[in-house]
Design a protein around this ligand. Structure first.
Ligand code: TMP
Length: 206
């Protein structure tokens, strides 16, 4: 049976990386063969692209450079890590994927959605997540949880609000794939919800 691709999305400080790791540990404990990875990054080349993207000295990076670098990282990562793992029947948990480009570069940087969609398709060969967890939270609360250090984290509150609206729009348009979670709940509560939803989806597939 081909594997299952689960992605986690949300603005910075929403808690998605903690949840991705908790789900991965849960699956491991149940003997479900899985991989935890992230974007940008997840492979040597993609991690090097990540460094360029997040370096706060690169404040003069123009929106198209940013978009193409995220997509370059995604193309490499999808081909080198995600697809081979899925082909082996593994469950892949990816911390950010295609929706991040639509929310950040599409809504956040005002790049045409049609273009981002097209380039996402080109970079991934059309590989879509089976399930996406979107942790929603107000930027005013989320950004207080993190030390704002990298190039994206130090963006304005308006930028983060646009990204959040972009994610909510994606949720409304893809509510069969994207599950919306309240990022203000406790880590444990959110983890339990994620486990329940994952199990229900797996049962449907069986
Ligand atoms: P992280 O916070 O999940 O480590 O992601 C790093 C940053 O990269 C975060 O600010 C979101 C941003 N990002 C994009 O702008 N577009 C993308 O396609 C991806 C994957 C991440």
């Amino acid at each position: 049976m081909p594997g299952f691709l689960i992605t986690f999305e949300g603005i910075e400080g929403c808690g998605k990386s903690v949840q991705a790791k908790l789900l991965y540990e849960h699956l491991q404990s149940k003997g479900i063969s899985s991989v935890l990875t992230r974007e940008p990054g997840g492979s040597d080349i993609s991690e090097r692209i990540r460094e360029i993207l997040l370096d706060r000295r690169h404040l003069d990076m123009v929106p198209y450079t940013e978009l193409f670098l995220y997509l370059a990282s995604r193309a490499q990562h999808t081909q080198e890590v995600i697809k081979p793992a899925l082909a082996q029947g593994k469950t892949v948990i990816c911390d950010r994927y295609i929706d991040a480009s639509l929310a950040y570069q599409g809504e956040g940087r005002s790049i045409s959605r049609a273009l981002v969609n097209q380039l996402n398709k080109t970079a991934t060969g059309g590989l879509m997540p089976n399930l996406t967890f979107l942790l929603d939270i107000e930027p005013e609360i989320a950004l207080k949880r993190i030390e704002r250090g990298d190039r994206l984290e130090i963006e304005s509150m308006e930028f983060h609000n646009r990204v959040r609206s972009g994610y909510l729009k994606l949720y409304r348009e893809n509510s069969d794939r994207i599950v919306l979670l309240d990022g203000t709940k406790s880590i444990k509560q959110i983890h339990n919800e994620i486990k329940d939803i994952f199990e229900a989806r797996m049962m449907k597939l069986e």
